[in-house]
Each structure stands twice: as structure tokens, then as C-alpha cells.
Design a protein around this ligand. Structure first.
Ligand SMILES: *Cc1c(COP(=O)(O)O)cnc(C)c1O
Length: 378
């Protein structure tokens, strides 16, 4: 069916008005410094103040940030990581020849389940790499306790973490390091980019060398790093995005609340639960559709919405431990029942920071119409 209804995309980058960034781009062009210079410093300073963390190192992407951070922390052997995440979380490990050991997620928060994490620890485990899934802060207290007791490093993939808060404080200060993304679908889009945040001056200094090939400045390479520098053009957009981020994150949360209020009560439909005292960035707004109670599946719903020109994404599906590149790491016979259930029944609905409420309302009305046609009547 070809729909004439206006298209609703899953997401759109909230870039600043071009007139706002143009003078800065012009300055970059005139300066002759196109990468890793003044605007990268500006971005790092702005992020450090906003996240209230002592050290921020900008890199070319969260993926390169994860790769370098895992290397510099000297991780060895096995690292415990949730399977319910975006695959790039695990790239950081595999590029370092580390073995990802997948843990299960919590059925309500969709974040790494601390009990499952603890069960996966062996003599070879060197670290836990947790994720703030869709911007919902991980169970940091429980993971920090486990890391302390077992003398493991603790890292966070905070790619979704701009705009989130854990016990009313921004993410970025937790564990040995956190890695944020500034890629186009994230809350502060720079085009491409990432930042690593840490309380360790030593790690921050090493990262600055590592992102520049491993060149400490005298062209006598001290170790094999990467070219993971951020270009100045990206830094201008990232810096401008951070300046607008608090308002945009606030707006996005209001839109997510509107979804929740208007979809609440549909049979078998549930939301990611955000524990009290925490704030989610809602990098993605997801619903879970339990087909036994809803009388329809998330795939039915996705099709119904697609036919009416509304984009959705089965996110994250398949889970990492079932993907072609990663299933060899899944322990034989290992079951991740919660991850499989969540991954099979989850659907991301359109959400972006400057979205109009009328779009949200049309998505809600279409979901309700799908229930009327196919689902269990409430
Ligand atoms: C986007 C994303 C990444 C990768 O970020 P890039 O900046 O694109 O490299 C890593 N982890 C998660 C959870 C992500 O969503």
C-alpha cells in the first residue's frame, strides 16, 4: 500500500541554525587548523563543565574512543558486556583481541542485569563494559560494587548519555571512563565524533597521545595509537549542539512523556522503566509489545505504521550475541532469555528533540488504530 500521508522519520538530527555556526566555520577555514585545535578544546571544556567531570578527550567517534580506552586501561582476557546494545559497544573489545562475554539484561530497565554480570565473572575477567541503554542510566551502584569486589575495571558506553542523569547528576564521572557519541542520531550531533570522560588525568593524557597515532609530539611514536582526532568542523557543530542540549533534552523528555501518557493501558504494551531519581535522555523511545497479551506482535505494529508512512526500528534486534560477527563469542549453550525476549518484542517509535507534538499524536493514534484492527480490545 502506497501511503500519501506525510512521512514521519524515526529521528532527525537537531542541528543549530546554520547562521549560528557559519561564523565559527569561517574562523576555522581562516585559521589553517582543520583538526584537533581550538574548537576541539572549546568542545572539551564545554563538555567538562556540563558533565562536571575533570577530564574530557574528544575523539573521532565513540567507537574509536572505546577502542583506545580499552587499550589504554590494559584490559586482558574477558570483558563482560550486555548483548542488548548497539554492536559498536562490542567492537571496542574485539579490536583489542578481548573476548566479549555476554550478560543478560534486566526486563524492565533493559540495562545489564548485575546478577547476570556477577555470574559471568571468571579468573580471566578484567573488566565490565556497561551501557546506558537508550539513555537510561545503568545500575551504576551495583556494577561499581561488583567491580570493586572482584578488582575489575568498569567502563560505560555512554553513547546515549548526553541529557541523562544518575541521582540528579550528569553521567560522565562514573567508573574508570565513559564514552559518549556525537554521531547524527545522538542528542548532540557533530556529524561524527565522540568524547571520553574520566577522573583519571593519566588516562586522559594517554588518550590525547593515542588519538594522534601514539605520537607524543616528538614524532617518536611511543605506542601504536590511531588517527582518532576530531575535525574542527565537527567540533564546531558539537560545541554548538552542547550549548543547546539542555533545552533540547528537556523538550525530548516532555515528548517521551506524551507518548507514555497517551499509549498507557494498551494491553501488553509496556515502556522502559526509568528508576526514580534518574533521568533518561530518551535517545530512543521504545515500546515493548508482548504478543500473548497484546494479540499482535511488534512486527504487525511496525508494518501497520510503515503502511501509513511512519518509520520505526526493531532496535536492538538481533541482539549482539546472535549477530554473524559475534555469535562465535557466545558461550556454548548459553541462554540470554531476557535479552532474547526484549529484543524480539521491542520497537523504537519516532522521536527527535525538535519534533512537533502533532507527529507524536499521529503515531499514537496510528498505534491505537492498529490495536483496534488486530489487537486485544482493552
Ligand atoms: C552510536 C553508538 C555507538 C557508536 O558511536 P559512534 O560515535 O557512531 O562510533 C556505540 N554504542 C552505542 C550504544 C551507540 O548507540
Amino acid at each position: 500500500m502506497k501511503s500519501k500521508l506525510p512521512h514521519i522519520p524515526l529521528t532527525r538530527p537537531s542541528t543549530p541554525p546554520f547562521a549560528e555556526v557559519a561564523p565559527h566555520l569561517k574562523k576555522v577555514a581562516a585559521s589553517g587548523f582543520l583538526t584537533n585545535a581550538g574548537y576541539v578544546r572549546k568542545l572539551e571544556d564545554r563538555a567538562a563543565r556540563m558533565l562536571d567531570v575533570p577530564h574530557v578527550v574528544a575523539v573521532s567517534s565513540a567507537t574509536s574512543g572505546l577502542i583506545l580506552t580499552c587499550k589504554l586501561l590494559g584490559l586482558t582476557g574477558e570483558v563482560i558486556v550486555p548483548s542488548f546494545t548497539f554492536f559498536a559497544t562490542v567492537h571496542g573489545l574485539v579490536w583489542n583481541n578481548l573476548t566479549p562475554v555476554f550478560c543478560d539484561c534486566d526486563p524492565q530497565t533493559f540495562n545489564a542485569d548485575p546478577e547476570s554480570v556477577e555470574r559471568m565473572i571468571t579468573r580471566r575477567t578484567s573488566a565490565i563494559l556497561a551501557v546506558h541503554v537508550f539513555g537510561n542510566p545503568a545500575n551504576i551502584a551495583a556494577l561499581a560494587r561488583i567491580a570493586r569486589e572482584h578488582k575489575l575495571k568498569l567502563l560505560f558506553d555512554a553513547a546515549h548519555g548526553f541529557g541523562s542523569a544518575y541521582r540528579a547528576k550528569p553521567l560522565g564521572r562514573y567508573g574508570d571512563a565513559e564514552v559518549f557519541s556525537l554521531s547524527p542520531t545522538k542528542l548532540a550531533p557533530a556529524g561524527e565524533g565522540g568524547i571520553v570522560t574520566t577522573r583519571s588525568r593519566k588516562l586522559a593524557n594517554e588518550l590525547k597521545v593515542a588519538r594522534d597515532y601514539g605520537n607524543p609530539g616528538d614524532y617518536n611514536c611511543s605506542f601504536v595509537g590511531l588517527n582518532a582526532r576530531m575535525a574542527e568542523w565537527n567540533a564546531v557543530f558539537g560545541w554548538a549542539a552542547l550549548n543547546r542540549m539542555p533545552q533540547l533534552a528537556h523538550r525530548r523528555r516532555r515528548l517521551a512523556e506524551r507518548y507514555k501518557k497517551n499509549l498507557a493501558g494498551l494491553p501488553g504494551l509496556s515502556f522502559q522503566s526509568i528508576p526514580e531519581n534518574h533521568l533518561s535522555s530518551f535517545k530512543d523511545f521504545v515500546i515493548m509489545v508482548d504478543p500473548r497479551r497484546a494479540g499482535l506482535s511488534r512486527d504487525d505494529l511496525a508494518q501497520f505504521l510503515a503502511a501509513r508512512n511512519i518509520d520505526t526500528r526493531r532496535y536492538f534486534f538481533p541482539p549482539v550475541h546472535r549477530q554473524t560477527a559475534f555469535r562465535r563469542f557466545a558461550k556454548r549453550g548459553q541462554k540470554l532469555p531476557v535479552t532474547d525476549f526484549v529484543s524480539r518484542n521491542i520497537l523504537a517509535l519516532p522521536l527527535y528533540s525538535h519534533q512537533q507534538t502533532a507527529e507524536i499524536d499521529r503515531v499514537v493514534q496510528t498505534v491505537i488504530a492498529c490495536y483496534r484492527k488486530h489487537g486485544t480490545q482493552s
